[in-house]
Design a protein around this ligand. Structure first.
Ligand code: SF4
Ligand code: SF4
Length: 429
């Protein structure tokens, strides 16, 4: 049998498996639904959305301990500058090739292609600096301002522009200095950057960019690396374009990738999602399969509120990402806490802290930017009825239902990581 036939058979089998499991799950789902308490059924039958608006972030913050984070303390900065030599060695492995599916020249070529625009205009989004095209801070604005009738109207137009220019999700939140890095650092040039922002922003527009589901199912591989890179490239294009749009209408603005400020709290504050066990923002629409970009502007915009759809509750039982993580970098503690691993975590926020150094070392071992914690997460899967059922019952009936959902997710076989066949399917579909 040639490999084409093999992959067709795999597709057919997986379709059959899908239908069979779909039927089995519908039965299991009905049985489970029948066993749910009447309170849950009443909520579900109202067709409520699983999202609840919150008045503040769901994570506890200890203001007596919390201090702003120094960009230099990220594992990336430490690896690039050589203060974390094993990390530097791991980064050096990312481009290496072998005959293995996912690691071939072909697979690494698409990874490099995904990152290409980011490397041209953002100089590596994770450590980008103010002198790149995408993230420049020159503040040249048009002499005349376009006046909006209200912050609500301005927010509507800005969100429309962001979506038109490439963002998949957009939320807005007030500028909050707590999330801005205490100091900035460019590891490539090994130099500290000016500590102050060019102006004090009023609003932060937070944008999420979906990464391709099919490509991500190949993680960890060059193909999934391409999807990650493309997310960063799109983030840089839209960031630069949004800066142009807002300066064209007379408002000082600058864009940021992973630099300038912490993305997860900003994503939460802007109502895009919740922080999860895997340390990533889990969005309602795409789960953790997104990259997050930020636009800082002096334009006064109506803001969104944080939301919860029960992710943190679900994480307490799920742990699929922790099981799948090749670096053992994800906490297996049931509950979030104030515990930190090293200087790469900033203390004072209750969460599941990722061990970023262990994570980076696993990148070296997998010769990729990994992302297994994205693909193993049930919320990353394209919309499916059991997601929304989880959302509806999450707060009312955690624990046992979550265990069933975790097992169903595995049964459905979505997002398996370390599945070399996924690489073949990606290329041949
Ligand atoms: S990227 Fe990979 S190694 Fe890092 S936390 Fe996620 S699963 Fe673990
Ligand atoms: S895989 Fe499970 S535990 Fe991990 S982030 Fe997703 S829902 Fe939470």
């Amino acid at each position: 049998m040639d490999s084409d036939e093999g992959s067709k058979k795999d597709v057919t089998l997986s379709r059959r498996k899908f239908v069979k499991l779909g039927a089995a799950s519908a039965v299991a789902g009905s049985a489970m639904m029948a066993s749910l308490p009447s309170q849950v059924m009443a909520e579900a039958s109202k067709g409520i959305t699983g999202k609840q608006t919150l008045s503040s972030l769901p994570n506890k913050i200890d203001n007596t301990v919390y201090q702003r984070f120094h960009q230099k303390n990220t594992a990336f900065c430490q690896a690039i500058t050589g203060t974390f030599p094993e990390g530097r060695q791991a980064l050096g492995m990312l481009g290496s090739t072998s005959n293995e599916l996912g690691q071939r020249t072909l697979d690494k070529a698409i990874s490099d292609a995904g990152w290409y625009i980011d490397s041209l205009i953002a100089d590596g989004a994770s450590t980008s600096s103010p002198d790149t095209v995408a993230y420049a801070r020159d503040n040249e604005t048009a002499p005349e301002r376009y006046d909006f009738s209200s912050p609500e109207e301005a927010a509507h137009y800005v969100k429309k522009a962001a979506r038109f220019l490439g963002a998949d999700l957009v939320g807005i939140t007030p500028y909050d200095e707590r999330w801005t890095y205490a100091s900035f650092y460019n590891p490539q040039k090994q130099k500290s950057l000016p500590p102050d922002l060019p102006f004090t922003p009023k609003s932060v527009i937070v944008m999420a960019f979906e990464m391709d589901y099919e490509a991500m199912t190949t993680a960890p591989s060059g193909v999934s690396g391409g999807a990650v890179g493309l997310g960063y490239s799109q983030m840089a294009i839209t960031g630069a374009s949004m800066r142009k749009f807002l300066t064209n209408i007379g408002y000082k603005t600058f864009a940021a990738g992973n630099d300038v400020a912490l993305s997860v709290p900003y994503g939460m504050a802007a109502g895009l999602g919740e922080a999860a066990r895997n340390g990533i923002l889990v969005t309602y629409e795409y789960g953790p399969r997104v990259r997050i970009g930020k636009i800082f502007t002096e334009l006064d915009l109506a803001c969104d509120s944080p939301v919860s759809f029960g992710v943190q509750h679900f994480c307490e039982t799920c742990m699929l990402c922790a099981d799948a993580c090749p670096g053992h970098a994800i906490s297996t503690e049931k509950l979030p806490s104030f515990a930190v691993n090293n200087e790469c975590n900033n203390p004072g926020v209750s969460k599941w802290a990722i061990d970023a150094k262990k994570c980076l070392l696993a990148w070296g071992k997998t010769k990729s930017d990994c992302a297994t914690c994205v693909t193993s997460c049930p919320y990353n899967k394209p919309d499916f009825w059991h997601h929304r059922l989880v959302d509806k019952v999450n707060r009312l009936m955690p624990g046992p239902v979550h265990s069933v959902m975790r097992e169903m997710d595995k049964l459905f076989g979505y997002g398996n990581s370390f599945d070399k066949k996924a690489v073949d399917l990606f290329w041949k579909s």
